[in-house]
Unconditional design. Structure first.
Length: 323
């Protein structure tokens, strides 16, 4: 299709945060896979590996700069501090120059072998190629169940559902990347943006291996916040839910009022009501606080968005200048 006519540079965007141990292994394995892709296929690709140093405090930056000595295709965008993976990835997408871009984790949990299948689907005309994890057996039970629950809840609320068990690892055509970069959300949840922009998508499947080295950088608290950010930044459904809930409880209250009136007027008895009163007060008090919390989530987000601070700040770039 039209892709065949395009120049064929592929940028792999790799956010890193304190990954000095994982980087050399990653570069080595990736190089081998990329070399094999070009060896096997008649269609040749030019690969660029764009690292985004998300404010690492270890030797990550030094190692990346060193790796460039032997791998000319390495590029680096260094952020001024740790902005978190979502923003780091967005920074990478902003700077990526390729005709297609593939976000990848540095810990080899996104296996380089899958890239070839992605490229094939892209050549066949897909604008987005999602990589779906068919097995998450390497993740803990806790992570799997919470992830499943998250996708359920998210997709229940979302305007556009996101595919289950597809991480950031996917191929994005230049057109898609341009669209994604235009979405200026400060509270970013990239997976939602990737599906929000539309375009045709295809899917390849892979088994997710264990982390190559070090430990996962996502604490339970960070994941919880990511889930909340995801839901609240992409849907106003929770707000509407309170409307429905309010309506339901008004209806129940109305029925109860009738019951109380009938009871008093017809039977001439007033109900001794301490327990029912206190239960009502506590229940509706709790409900009020909860709905205020939901409102707070949105107001907080409005605050963050209207300040219009940049999504990330770049300290330096390396290897991008000569392009
Ligand atoms: N990462 C980042 N900034 C952060 C946390 C993580 O750039 O604040 C990078 C990390 O170096 C890795 C990728 O995001 O390349 C995924 O991180 P991790 O493997 O810890 O997450 P998981 O695989 O558990 O989702
Ligand atoms: Mg990982």
């Amino acid at each position: 299709m039209e892709n065949v006519l395009k120049a064929n540079t592929i940028t792999l965007v790799v956010p890193v945060f304190n990954e000095e141990k994982a980087i050399p292994l990653f570069v080595e394995q990736l190089e081998t896979s990329l070399f094999e892709i070009n060896l096997k296929n008649s269609r040749k690709f030019k690969f660029q590996i764009l690292f985004v140093n998300d404010g690492s405090t270890d030797a990550s930056e030094f190692i990346i700069r060193n790796a460039k000595m032997t791998n000319a295709e390495i590029q680096l965008v260094s952020l001024s501090r740790n902005f978190g993976k979502e923003r780091a990835l967005f920074a990478g997408l902003t700077y990526a120059l390729g005709d297609a871009v593939i976000p990848m984790d540095v810990d080899l949990q996104d296996p380089p072998e899958v890239i070839e299948q992605m490229l094939n689907k892209w050549s066949d005309g897909a604008s987005i190629v999602n990589a779906k994890r068919i097995s998450r057996s390497e993740d803990s039970w806790m992570k799997r169940t919470t992830a499943t629950a998250f996708y359920r809840i998210f997709n229940f609320f979302a305007e556009r559902p996101i595919p289950e068990n597809v991480g950031d690892f996917r191929l994005l055509d230049r057109q898609v990347v341009d669209a994604v970069v235009q979405v200026g959300d400060k509270m970013r949840f990239n997976k939602e943006v990737f599906s929000w922009v539309g375009f045709t998508s295809e899917q390849v499947e892979f088994e997710r291996p264990k982390r190559s080295d070090g430990t996962g950088k996502w604490s339970v608290w960070k994941l919880w916040n990511l889930a909340l950010d995801g839901i609240f930044s992409s849907s106003t459904m929770p707000l509407r839910l309170w409307g429905y809930l309010g309506f339901l409880f008004s209806l129940l209250a109305f029925v109860y009022v009738i019951f109380v009136i009938v009871f008093t007027v017809v039977f001439g008895r007033s109900v001794p009501g301490y327990s029912s009163t206190i239960v009502m007060i506590l229940f509706f008090g709790g409900l009020n606080l909860l709905s205020l919390g939901v409102l707070g989530e949105y107001i907080g987000r409005i605050f963050t968005e209207v300040r219009e601070r940049p999504t990330f700040i770049v300290k330096s770039t390396f290897g991008l200048e000569e392009e």
